[in-house]
Design a protein around this ligand. Structure first.
Ligand SMILES: NC(=O)c1ccc[n+]([C@@H]2O[C@H](COP(=O)([O-])OP(=O)(O)OC[C@H]3O[C@@H](n4cnc5c(N)ncnc54)[C@H](O)[C@@H]3O)[C@@H](O)[C@H]2O)c1
Length: 428
């Protein structure tokens, strides 16, 4: 099938490359000339494990190409997938300007019936909106389906090729058949439903997962006070299949490009319609509290944060990605600085920009160098390589003895053996 994917970001690039891997003829289209130039040189504009091989293999096989030209990429495509960004607007609603722009351009260049799939996370009713834009611009009959994406950054290639399910929101059997054909070789449940339910499914999934994390962080706060260990509590409840083990890691809460903006969007939807969403609201508030609580604990452990040197290990919102959008680490930097601390950082791939945190943060390529002279070392991202850090070497580099294990990566006894005071989450 001839498929055009609009947007070559985390979702668009992975989707395009994986659809080519499934045997389709795919064009990746982006407005960013810089990204397209990089891709045409075989350089990945984002860090995503396993992606480079899939992209290169399919480019060499002639199944995957990249362009900035709508004029080249739209005519003749049987399926056009929209995977552009849908950031939060100031008021918490979804800024649909990139989706609208893509729809306008599809309308301008289509020459015959096409199925358009909304892969971007978009508010309920957007499929109808996109369909109207394209039909008005082209005068051609099209079907717009909702096809939300559930991949996780850091596992995106695997998740796309081996998803738990594919959701297709469609009101046209012709469009449904085409979507099912596009995903023919993906072995999973394919859930066909109406478009509005498909659009809400994506927000409900992210809000539920965010709530689960906020819940375990609430239990962590309680565990710290009552002398329990939240890791044991998580094991205890997670073994119940009705609850499940996933998303029960206590820590700094959720961040990234999706959960915060999607939870904000569903809150906005509820407010606008006058539907109270107390659970979603509480999940949101708890997330900020988890970070503030940790900063207060660090301040207490150091006596004060004023003038203290704090090294942050980890900037990405989670391991295996270079994405720092709404990362907990960025909040930590802001909160620590507001209280007078001097912050420096290390991350294996991610970097922080001065404008995101109100000033330059010295970055070190080596975690041990980063810890030199620190009063406290805060492990803020669950990078796999942080688990195996040489805690003795780290301690020798630091000036102080406080190891803030904000992702619960270390055993307290092991940390203490190397002279650390080990401050973790959800334990006394
Ligand atoms: N990142 C994730 O893990 C993830 C997971 C599931 C769903 N989503 C959703 O998928 C969508 C895309 O997310 P992302 O993380 O890939 O975003 P991104 O910012 O990484 O990529 C978006 C890309 O779209 C391009 N673009 C913007 N306007 C365009 C236009 N008019 N025409 C062509 N290209 C255009 C941008 O240049 C950019 O390269 C969002 O709605 C997001 O909520 C993201």
């Amino acid at each position: 099938m001839r498929i055009t994917v609009i947007g070559t970001g985390y979702v668009g690039l992975v989707s395009g490359a994986c659809l080519a891997e499934l045997g389709h003829q795919v064009v990746g289209l982006d407005v960013s000339q810089e990204k397209i130039d990089l891709l045409n040189q075989g350089v990945m504009p984002i860090y995503e494990p396993g992606l480079e091989e899939v992209v290169k293999r399919n480019m060499q096989a002639g199944r995957l190409s990249f362009t900035t030209s709508y004029e080249q990429a739209i005519p003749g495509a049987e399926l056009v997938s929209i995977a552009v960004g849908t950031p939060s607007a100031e008021d918490g609603s979804v800024d649909l300007r990139y989706v609208d722009a893509a729809a306008e351009m599809i309308g301008k260049y289509i020459t015959e019936y096409v199925v358009v799939a909304d892969k971007s996370t978009v508010p309920v009713g957007t499929a109808e909106r996109v369909e109207a834009i394209i039909r008005t611009a082209s005068g051609i009959e099209v079907d717009v389906v909702s096809n939300p994406e559930f991949l996780r950054e850091g596992h995106a290639v695997y998740d796309f090729l081996k998803p738990a399910r594919i959701v297709i929101g469609s009101v046209s059997s012709r469009a449904t058949e085409r979507m099912l054909r596009a995903y023919d070789f993906v072995d999973c449940a394919k859930l066909v439903m109406d478009r509005r339910s498909a659009e809400l499914t994506k927000y409900a999934a992210n809000a539920f997962l965010a709530t689960k994390i906020s819940f375990i962080n609430e239990m962590a706060a309680l565990a710290e006070e009552v002398g329990a260990d939240v890791e044991n509590v998580a094991r205890g409840i997670g073994s119940d299949p009705r609850i499940g083990k996933e998303f029960l890691r206590a820590g700094l809460g959720w961040g990234g490009s999706c959960f915060p903006k999607d939870v904000r969007a569903i809150r906005f939807m509820g407010d606008k319609l006058g539907v109270p969403l107390p659970i979603v609201n509480a999940a949101f508030d708890m997330n900020k509290q988890a970070r503030l609580r940790l900063v207060e604990r660090v301040g207490k452990a150091l006596g004060s944060l004023q003038g203290k040197n704090i090294t942050l290990l980890g900037l990405a919102f989670k391991g295996n990605t270079d994405d720092t959008r709404e990362s907990a680490a960025l909040d930590l930097i802001r909160f620590l600085r507001e209280r007078g601390a001097i912050v420096s950082a290390h991350d294996p791939v991610a970097k922080v920009h001065a404008h995101e945190v109100g000033g330059e943060v010295p970055h070190h390529d080596d975690p041990y160098e980063a810890a030199r002279g620190a009063d406290a070392v805060v492990v803020a991202t669950e990078w796999e390589q942080f688990r195996t850090l040489d805690l003795k070497k780290l301690k020798d580099m630091a000036a102080g003895d406080l190891l803030v294990d904000a992702r619960n990566l270390y055993d307290t006894n092991r940390a203490q053996e190397h002279g650390w005071r080990h401050l973790s989450v959800g334990r006394q």
